[in-house]
Design a protein around this ligand. Sequence first.
Ligand SMILES: [Zn+2]
Length: 275
Amino acid sequence: MLVLRLLNVVAPAYFLCISLVTFVLQIFLFIPSMFRDPSTTPLFSPALLHGALFLFLSANALGNYILVIQSSPEELGKGLNLGEGAEMVADWLDGSRSPGSALPSTHYCRLCARVTQRHDHHCFFTGNCIGSRNMRNFIMFCLYTSLACLDSLVAGMAYISASLSMSFANPLAFLTLLPHSISQFFSGALLSSEMFVILMLYLWLGIGLACAGFCCHQLLLILRGQTRYQVRKGMVVRARPWRENLREVFGKRWLLGLLIPMLNVGSDCRRQKVK
Ligand SMILES: [Zn+2]
């Protein structure tokens, strides 16, 4: 439990550090290096377009990250008078204290110390449980983090390609980049800043692929109308049309909500004002 509590603090700190490093590298290294290209026009230059794209992706990733934490799942035990102590409420709701009493998909998270409805999983990177209220923002967070990592990977490769005069046309060039760079770094032929960017390239690739995979997995579960908790517990869910399942998570305008993330932020603000 102590390890999990520690992970609950370390993982968000790790995410914020990586975000800060990515932001600094993009703003102070990658984007200024694109301005040095004399063949480009000042207006609509790749540097400006890339800067605008990166700011859009990172603002959406961080905005949804904050919304996941803000819209954490409701505490079910609050409104129920089942005796003192959250764990007792949890046992009742989970069905372990009184078989047959369980509410569908409720789960007591010992890290968050609360019972949540339509529980999916506990996310260590946000330090919160993912449930019915923040699932939409969580998927958006995964999607935009993955896109921001991909964007940083491409910008980083362009920077390394220009500064080391190398080409990534051959796919093997990326695979052999790390061992070559390590040997060059220890022989003094590579700057520490360039070595750092090369290490970040692999980190962005790893985080980007992990987030994209996670996002696809969550979307597949939503289309089936399932949560990860239900799959783990082997719970049978009522079959419904996939559009209905999407509407439950992304709202009535689910397609627009997926394409225009700001629409979700607006509807979240309105929902909070109504409360
Ligand atoms: Zn939790």
